[in-house]
Ligand binder design. Sequence first.
Ligand SMILES: [Zn+2]
Length: 364
Amino acid sequence: MFSRRNFLVKSISSLLYLPFSGCAKAVGLSSINHEQRVNKLSDSPNFNKSTKRFQHPSGDLHDKSFSNLFDFFAEYFRRPRDKWESIGFPVRKSRKSELENFNKNVVWVGHASIMINHSNLTILTDPHFFGYASPFSFMGPKRITTVPFTIPELPPLDVVIISHNHFDHLDEQSIRQIAVHQPQVKFLVPLGLKKLLLEWGANDVIELDWWQSIKIKGATFQPTPVQHWSKRSAFDRNKTLWAGWMTQWQDFSFYFAGDSGYSNDFKEVSERLGNPDLAAIPIGAYEPREFMKSAHINPEEAVMVFNDLGAKRAIAIHWGTFKLTLEKMDEPPHRLKSALESAGISKDRFRVLQHGEFWPESLS
Ligand SMILES: [Zn+2]
């Protein structure tokens, strides 16, 4: 029965738990692979015409029953106190000169936001600079660790990459502010999200299907499949696509996993696109395990993803910023350390950076 209680829980879930098409108005220095263009969302091979929703090859594994959702929220609200929720993690505040001269480097902004510069191209992933991972500016999963810098302090950006529409990855206020301060920036989004970003003031939005590619200032950007889902309101489940993103220059490559459960997608990425020089891999938001595993990898699976990608190096993301799930806020890096030791991988190759910390060595 579709009760009011069911509706309420599902609505809260969209806020709390995270968790047509066409090319850009002005493509500028970019060229899209037109052969692969999708003119309507339903043309996508990843669109299920009977459900009218996007679908991962493994199906919609994360479609939870009312009682699953109810149990999760009951546990979430009864969770024991976690000291990190009140104090937050240390933040390395960036100096103005470091941001002004940001070159051939990468910095973890927090959660899934990474800023990287290579070959005179600066990219920012899933920007989130504000207080809540929620449709409201006063409630929902709250930021526990502050941002290392603000949007007006950002260096000139070329590209902003969006993985999907969950509130911890696609933040309206951040997009609006970036669009005001940097109107030239190109937003690359998975299919179905262009309209929303244009409404929020973005000028140049390019939406792509999995494996489509676009070249911008000498780098090729490609969204790739990940086992995840999308939702921003009570009625839009999987109406827009979700993705990881590979960016390839001639001499360097960066893979951004976004948000994902464990699947064969990462092996396929490395087989089709090669091994990334740097990957951003989620390590947090994984408990209770049975509930979360179809959508979020845990630290042990993050190490499997690192190996599947054949990544040269990786940065741990998606932990320590918002309280989304039930594991203790500081557990993901501890478990990652053990998992790396068991796999014989140096912690200097798969790093846990502080919020605002730059990669300490040269990335070339
Ligand atoms: Zn998500």
